[in-house]
Each structure stands twice: as structure tokens, then as C-alpha cells.
Ligand binder design. Structure first.
Ligand code: F3S
Length: 446
């Protein structure tokens, strides 16, 4: 039997897909990328903002065509949209045979079997305070040289714009022994870079060990042989703590990189967003991180057009970004999500204004990024090869300053033959807005 997966949304959701692929493979299913060859199709959906929902619906509808006419005999919808619109998905798209909530994805094999056996339609929504079983090996789909590790599920922060606590439940950390075992398995299979993700990584361990324990986990992961880089994403600024800073500074394997979503910088808007930081706090955290870990690359994300955001708030945010000079930055426009407090707030901002503000921020960041990249020309860096662009005859690589998919790349011109996952020493020879160009350097002193 063949199974095909369509994985949408974020890297946390991708880990769930990879777990399901692992479970299906262990049960004897063969993975295919061809819809016409699949007996079972699983669409693991996202429901974070309007565009993501649209994309999920389009994908389910597209796969429903193969369920109607092709070889497919089981169409299963999982993930955040399944959790959020349990009944609608099945009622509106009759080709869907089963819907599994975000805490029920470990029932994928049983569900596929029930549907293929000609049973009734299946719906399963386990309580959102449960962690699905992790006893099967994951099948990594990112090429293998890097892999995401989801260290916790859910979120208790309840920012006023965010629907995720309703889709993913309360914060629960994955036990440390389980994560170490997972990391060892990934390393054995060739993973060199571990990327730690969760809705919020900095709080890791509070529920299980009574205190923040990300620094302990990081130290243990550094001992896993074969792992060369460890990167941490999604750190709430107010939760950054001293032991964490110490471990990032002192452990060689930990990338001097932090993803610190701040969302805004106007105190008025931060308060309306339900964030726990002020502009002054944010400036203090950024300054401290840069003082304590001088080479650190800081990434952040922002939301423009939150209800009530005035031109003044926007300008305040622009000034803050100009001053802080984040190394990497992403900007989303606010999406009005039903069942969130912000959706009910007055003074919703017109779509056009949100977009204009997003563009202005991105233009500002382009200048910052180009300047920072230009300053790096001449430096020799360690980079991990990601792949090869045949048309342009260049290798694509990343430095410690860049997470895959969201940050920049280093394009390397060389006659040498390189493989994905190889580490090379490269000299930066040119700077683009977000990317760098370089060549292989023979001499390198780390
Ligand atoms: Fe991720 Fe989308 Fe769910 S961003 S947590 S897949 S709503």
C-alpha cells in the first residue's frame, strides 16, 4: 500500500507529519509523492492565518479529486485545520474519510486501516493536554542533514491575536530522555544540525521539572555524537534567562543565533496584543544578548496592522527596528481570527494599510540586511552545504546565522564536488540583500 503526505504550515506541524510517516512506514506502507499512485492520502493542515487556511482548503480539495476518481481509497485530514473545523471539513468535503485532531495523529495507522477496511468515517479528537506517542522512528523529510526537533507542544501565553492555544492545547514539554533518544536516532541517520522548535522553546521543562530547563537539554544534546550544530527557534523575549545565555555562549555546537519574536515595539500595541514585554524590556534583552554573546545573530518577527495600530505606533516600530538592527526579520500582516480577543477589538486596520506598513518595514530591513552583509565580505566562515543549483552552477549553503527556509543563503562557486550536509570553510566575496556569495577557502582557523 502506498501513502502520500501533504504537509502544510510550520516546522512544528512538519515534525508531526514526519512522525506519521514513520508510523505508516513501520506499518508497511510505502511513501509516494505521486497522488495517482497513493492508496492513502494524508493532508496535514495549518489554520494559523487566512492565507494558511486557504492553502489548506485548496490542498484538501485537490486531493479530494484523486479520492473521487483515482486509486486513493482513504483521504485523511489532520493538523490544525482539522482541529479547528472538525465538523465543517467532513460536511463540506464529502470525499474526506477521516479527521484527526492535533493530539490524535498517533492514530494514523489505525485510522487508515479502518477506512481501507470499508468502515464508517472516522473522527478522533483526543484531549489537548495529551502528548501523542513518540515510539516510532520519524522519517525526516528535510534531506536529513538537518532536522527539526519539537521539544514541547501547546502554549499558555494567550496573545490576543493567536488561535494556537485553542488548536494545540496547553504547554507540555517532551521528556528529556525521549528527546535525547530522538536526537541520537537522528544523528545515526545522518543529521548534523538539530533545530529545536516549539510554540515557545524558552519555557521548556517548567511543567515537567518545575523550572526552565532548556539549558540542561541543550548541554545534553551537545553530547550527542554526530551532531555539529544546534539551533534554537521561537524564544519568547521575556523568558530568556541567564543559564540559557551562558550555555549558548559557552557550548561550541550551539549556533550563536536566537529567534526572538517581538511582534511590535509600541507599548500600547504590545499591551493590546497581550504581550508581556515593553519596548524598554525588548531593547534591554537585545542589548544584553549582544553584550553577552557578541557574535549572536538575532532573528525576529513582527505583525503590522494589529487593531488600533496608528501611524504613530507604526513609526515607533520603524524607529525601533532601525535602532535595533536585527540580523533577520520577518513581517506578517495581522489576520483577524475568529475566537480570539483581537478579532473583537475596535479599530481594525484596513488591509491596504497593513500591507503598506509591512512593505515599509521590509524595505527598511533590506537596507539593514544589505549593510550587515556588506560588512561581512572578506570574512571566512563555516557553512553547511544544502544543495546545488544546476542552472546557476553554484552550491547553496548556510552559515550559523541562517535557519533553513526563513533566512538567507551563502552561494558558493567551486569546482569541488560537495554533498548536502558537508561543512566547508568559505570566504565571503559578495553581499546581496539577504544572501551572500563566496568561495571555498583552504586555510581556516576557527
Ligand atoms: Fe503551525 Fe499552522 Fe498549526 S503555523 S501550529 S500548523 S496553525
Amino acid at each position: 500500500m502506498n501513502v502520500m503526505f501533504v504537509s502544510l504550515g510550520c516546522d512544528k506541524n512538519l515534525v508531526d507529519s514526519e512522525r506519521m510517516i514513520g508510523m505508516m512506514s513501520a506499518a508497511g506502507y510505502t511513501l509516494t509523492n505521486d497522488e495517482t499512485e497513493a492508496d492513502v492520502i494524508v493532508v496535514n493542515t495549518c489554520s494559523f492565518i487566512g492565507d494558511a487556511k486557504e492553502e489548506s482548503i485548496q490542498n484538501i480539495l485537490e486531493m479530494a479529486e484523486y479520492r473521487k476518481e483515482g486509486r486513493c481509497r482513504a483521504l485523511i485530514v489532520t493538523g490544525c485545520m482539522a482541529q479547528r473545523y472538525k465538523d465543517e471539513v467532513m460536511q463540506e468535503i464529502p470525499e474526506v474519510d477521516a479527521v484527526l485532531g492535533t493530539s490524535s495523529y498517533d492514530e494514523i495507522v489505525k485510522t487508515a486501516e479502518e477506512v481501507l477496511g470499508g468502515g464508517e468515517k472516522v473522527q478522533s479528537f483526543q484531549p489537548l493536554d495529551r502528548l501523542p506517542a513518540m515510539d516510532q522512528k520519524r522519517v525526516v523529510t528535510t534531506g536529513g542533514h538537518y532536522a527539526y526537533m519539537k521539544i514541547a507542544e501547546g502554549c499558555d501565553k494567550h496573545c490576543t491575536y493567536c488561535i494556537i492555544p485553542k488548536l494545540r492545547g496547553t504547554y507540555r514539554s517532551v521528556p528529556m530522555e525521549q528527546l535525547i533518544k530522538e536526537a541520537e536516532g537522528l544523528a545515526e541517520a545522518g543529521t548534523k544540525e538539530l533545530i529545536l522548535v516549539a510554540q515557545e522553546t524558552t519555557l521548556y521543562g517548567v511543567d515537567l521539572y518545575g523550572k526552565k530547563s532548556l539549558h540542561v537539554l541543550l548541554k545534553k544534546l551537545c553530547e550527542v555524537s554526530g551532531i555539529r550544530w544546534i539551533r534554537v527557534l521561537y524564544c519568547y523575549p521575556e523568558e530568556i534567562y541567564d543559564e540559557l545565555i551562558d550555555v549558548i555562549r559557552s557550548e561550541k555546537k550551539i549556533c550563536k543565533y536566537l529567534d526572538l519574536p517581538i511582534q511590535h515595539a509600541s507599548d500600547r500595541i504590545l499591551k493590546r496584543m497581550g504581550r508581556r514585554t515593553t519596548k524598554a524590556d525588548l531593547a534591554e534583552i537585545v542589548t544584553k544578548l549582544r553584550r553577552e554573546i557578541p557574535q549572536i545573530a538575532l532573528r525576529t518577527t513582527l505583525i503590522t496592522g494589529f487593531p488600533g495600530e496608528t501611524q504613530e505606533d507604526h513609526e515607533e516600530l520603524m524607529n525601533f527596528i532601525d535602532e535595533m538592527e536585527f540580523d533577520r526579520l520577518g513581517v506578517f500582516t495581522y489576520s483577524r481570527e475568529e475566537d480570539t480577543p483581537a478579532a473583537e477589538m475596535p479599530d481594525q486596520v484596513p488591509e491596504e494599510v497593513k500591507k503598506d506598513r509591512q512593505n515599509e518595514l521590509m524595505e527598511l530591513q533590506q537596507e539593514i540586511s544589505l549593510d550587515k552583509n556588506a560588512d561581512r565580505v572578506g570574512e571566512t566562515v563555516l557553512a553547511m552545504v544544502e544543495g546545488y543549483l544546476t542552472d546557476e552552477n553554484v552550491y547553496v549553503a548556510r552559515t550559523y546565522m541562517d535557519a533553513p527556509g526563513v533566512d538567507g543563503y551563502l552561494f558558493i562557486n567551486t569546482q569541488e564536488t560537495l554533498m548536502s550536509g558537508d561543512f566547508v570553510k568559505a570566504k565571503i566575496t559578495g553581499a546581496l540583500e539577504y544572501d551572500l556569495t563566496g568561495e571555498i577557502e583552504n586555510e581556516f582557523t576557527e
